[in-house]
Design a binder for this molecule. Structure first.
Ligand code: BGC
Length: 410
């Protein structure tokens, strides 16, 4: 009988007719793919077949555009990677399933951190299923270059520019930076958070307070941001984040500002935290944590029981401790579930987990956690234009930004 068991479980793991669950997302890079494989495997064990609907590029914006078209034509996928205030936008249109119809509210109330609950709820109901927490205000360093030049990781902006100059003199590129609008915005966000602090950051980018948005302090943030342009390569214009990450792992550049999904990519190629690369807080941002929470929404279709039970399986799989552990190790993020054992994670994730529970948390606006992706895209364009062009000043840019926000934040 014992000998039969492995065979029986194999048959259960690979059912002949698994139930399809179509999911739209933009996880197409190394690390994202490994994390996805864990998800696919976990679902297959429950007889659910993950149908990939992946759209490459633009930090998820291309995926969101395709989703809009599918939804407008009345044929949305079963689920999609939607996060932050976009969840409310889709929920308002009445297109989303309330996930409380297949996950007990008590379970979600008990196991999710408050900030996560706030992010995925709309009108007091859970409308999206959270998956992980990424930290955005990281500075990544190539350890070999830092060792070779005997450099100390910078803690202040003053130290940062001294280190960057030394790296440049030694013939290395100081800053790997993929030049697309959302990456420019991520860089700007790091500078803004560190110089403004959590309260003023929130007033500016969450509450959209005009006084702060056009203040002398904000002008100073833009000017500091522009200084970083002296340390990047123009050849990276228009290149996605995977290219800049590769430059760090190939020792072609020394530093990178990016969310910790980049760690997933390095993990996938066998690079090890603190041996091959170092993770430190963005200068002057210790004690601050800008978060990006990935989540999935489910579409209201003429659901039959099968679809509902697939969604249910999906939800239970995603929130299980085992899945949260295995998935997040590959993805570079930290678990979304409370009280997880972090022993199996590297020291960057352990720091992230500690900081998430002790630091001041702010939503990452460059990752669409503070406004709808529609408004954020317009903000990204203004920030990026300033970063890449000489003919517009910081003073003009703060005015443009605040006007765009006034016009679009309805
Ligand atoms: C998502 C991450 C993803 C990253 C790069 C972010 O917006 O939240 O899950 O890895 O984009 O594709």
């Amino acid at each position: 009988m014992k000998k039969l068991l492995p065979l029986v479980s194999l048959l259960l793991i690979q059912p002949a007719h698994a139930n399809p669950l179509e999911v739209l997302h933009w996880w197409t890079a190394p690390g994202e793919l490994e994390a996805q494989a864990i998800l696919k495997e976990a679902l297959a064990q429950q007889n659910v077949d993950w149908k990939n609907f992946a759209i490459v590029g633009a930090g998820g914006n291309s995926a969101l555009r395709v989703l809009q078209m599918r939804a407008l034509s009345g044929n949305p996928p079963d689920a999609a990677q939607i996060k932050g205030p976009d969840i409310a936008e889709w929920a308002k249109m009445g297109l989303l399933k309330n996930i409380e119809s297949f996950v007990p509210v008590k379970f979600l109330d008990k196991h999710l951190p408050d900030i996560v609950k706030k992010t995925v709820r709309y009108n007091n109901h859970y409308m999206a299923l959270p998956l992980n927490i990424h930290r955005v205000n990281w500075l990544w360093l190539n350890k070999a270059i830092f060792d070779e030049l005997q450099l100390v990781p910078p803690k202040t902006w003053k130290q940062f520019f001294i280190v960057a100059d030394k790296i440049k003199q030694a013939g290395y590129l100081p800053l790997a930076h993929g030049g697309t609008a959302w990456q420019d915005s991520l860089l700007f966000e790091s500078v803004a958070l560190s110089l403004l602090g959590a309260d003023k950051y929130r007033q500016a980018f969450v509450e959209f307070d005009k006084t702060i948005l056009t203040s002398a302090e904000m002008i100073a943030v833009f000017k500091k941001f522009k200084q970083l342009n002296l340390y990047i390569s123009k050849e990276m214009q228009g290149k996605d984040w995977t290219f800049s990450s590769q430059m760090i792992s190939d020792k072609k550049a020394a530093m990178l500002f990016m969310g910790d999904w980049v760690k997933g990519m390095w993990h996938a190629s066998g690079k090890v935290a603190m041996q091959d690369y170092l993770c430190v807080d963005v200068p002057e941002s210790a004690g601050l944590f800008s978060y990006n929470i990935d989540s999935f929404v489910f579409f209201n279709k003429n659901s039959n029981d099968l679809e509902n039970s697939n969604s249910q399986t999906f939800a239970h799989t995603l929130l299980s401790r085992e899945f949260q552990n295995n998935f997040n190790i590959e993805k570079g993020s930290i678990p979304v579930r409370l009280n997880m054992d972090m022993q199996a994670f590297d020291s960057c994730s352990q720091k992230s987990y500690y900081d998430f529970n002790h630091a001041q948390l702010v939503p990452s606006f460059s990752q669409n956690m503070a406004s709808s992706s529609y408004l954020q895209n317009e903000m990204n364009k203004i920030i990026s234009y300033y970063f890449n062009n000489e003919e517009v000043s910081a003073e003009q840019t703060v005015k443009r930004l605040s006007l765009a926000i006034r016009a679009l934040n309805k």
